[in-house]
Design a protein around this ligand. Structure first.
Ligand SMILES: [Zn+2]
Length: 275
């Protein structure tokens, strides 16, 4: 493809193993816009669980414990229609992902970006950080321990200081994938109150890397906003809902044009914000 051609990018929120529903949403988006998606970027809690052994390292409350759709793709009964790149969220088959810390294509068209990864796609620079901040893990394990299935291998995927050092040493990306939101977004909750969601480290990383577009999930709440970094660069932040048939904010569509940057194409930006 000519580098000057626009690139159509779909962003997708937490999948939690519902790959068929994710593909339905993406097909619907192509149908509604008449555009062909070039690339899908996913922001973690993808849950590519191949078998019982992978499931054993997934740390989730028991009611969410299931294989999901990935075996259909792994066994070849289904295929991913577009090239998809995902980062790890906090709920993942950690043993599987940790076999590929630098990332890997797990099945055709489905790529894990790694603990800290970068990708060049037709001139676009994409970077990603897998997992969540560690202290949050220690707090949540105290709060909800009785609801967690006692799987000896189950772990939460977290990032380390070393991962952050690696990430911020990368060249400035055009798109940054994070699982949790950057802290400090002025996001109203369903009652219209401003809530303090997000992670301070995610915010610091955004301020240092200054990507044009940040995609994130984790909070299962759709929201689109922008911030201006200390050096005066503007950065779009797209927070995605979790994949569910009734949640249109689980996917977003962007057109990237060299020189013009990213334009959001779908009208759904969630949380009472009109496009
Ligand atoms: Zn999630």
């Amino acid at each position: 493809m000519n580098k000057q051609m626009p690139i159509i990018i779909a962003a997708c929120g937490d999948v939690h193993g519902r790959m068929h529903q994710m593909q339905e949403h993406l097909l619907q988006m192509e149908h509604c816009t008449g555009l062909n998606i070039d690339l899908v970027l996913q922001v973690g809690d993808f849950q590519p669980i191949r078998n019982e052994q992978d499931l054993a390292s997934l740390k989730v409350p028991s009611k969410y414990r299931s294989m999901g759709d990935f075996p259909d793709f792994y066994q070849g009964a289904s295929r991913f229609n577009w090239p998809i790149w995902f980062i790890g969220g906090n709920h993942e088959p950690v043993d599987l992902l940790d076999q590929h810390p630098e990332g890997a294509e797990l099945v055709a068209n489905c790529h894990y970006l790694g603990r800290v990864g970068q990708l060049q796609w037709q001139g676009l620079a994409i970077a990603g950080l897998s997992g969540i901040y560690q202290e949050e893990t220690s707090r949540s394990s105290r709060a909800g321990s009785e609801k967690i299935v006692k799987e000896p291998h189950a772990r939460t995927l977290t990032f380390s200081n070393q991962d952050i050092d690696r990430l911020i040493s990368l060249p400035r990306p055009d798109i940054l994938l994070l699982h949790d939101w950057p802290a400090g977004l002025a996001c109203p909750d369903q009652q219209g109150r401003f809530s303090s969601r997000g992670c301070d480290i995610s915010r610091t990383v955004v301020e240092l890397l200054e990507p044009q577009l940040v995609l994130c999930g984790h909070q299962h709440y759709p929201y689109q906003t922008g911030i201006t970094t200390a050096s005066g660069r503007s950065c779009q932040i797209c927070c995605l809902d979790q994949v569910d048939p009734a949640r249109p904010g689980c996917v977003a569509l962007f057109r990237y044009t060299v020189g013009a940057g990213f334009e959001r194409l779908d009208r759904y930006t969630g949380a009472g914000i009109s496009a």
